[in-house]
Design a protein. Structure first.
Length: 135
């Protein structure tokens, strides 16, 4: 009897630790803006079709979620944000790799720290950064 209650509490605690992609994007966007970056959301989304009662994708498959530009930086950030359990798709990794060897930093970020590490250590990066070890 008590074991079930303990299991529910553990599951509830685990749920609280999960971060959604939406929360990740919001956190990254707010922190970058606070540091003087202009942040642009790239609008790819699902559109609801009332006739079929389903969503269909609208936009360019694989294009990242956010683009950030800072007047005092020589690089642009292209960010694919993910929740704590998310992973970049093949198309998303392919899009980010288009910028390899360019003065553009691309990354998949599950949290602000990932973005902050890249900003603080930009000079050591020469190409796209896959901070999750994927791709």
């Amino acid at each position: 009897k008590y074991g079930g209650a303990m299991m529910r509490k553990k599951k509830d605690a685990e749920k609280k630790l999960k971060v959604t992609e939406r929360e990740t994007k919001k956190d990254i966007r707010e922190r970058l803006k606070g540091l003087g970056w202009k942040v642009y959301r790239i609008n790819n989304c699902g559109i609801f079709n009332p006739a079929t009662k389903s969503f269909f994708f609208h936009g360019s498959k694989g294009v990242c979620d956010l683009m950030a530009v800072h007047a005092d930086k020589e690089y642009v950030l292209f960010i694919e944000a993910k929740g704590s359990a998310g992973y970049a798709s093949k198309e998303q990794n392919e899009f980010l790799s288009l910028f390899d060897n360019k003065k553009i930093v691309t990354l998949v970020a599950k949290d602000w720290n990932t973005v902050d590490v890249v900003i603080q250590n930009y000079e050591t990066f020469n190409c796209s950064v896959d901070c999750l070890g994927e791709g």
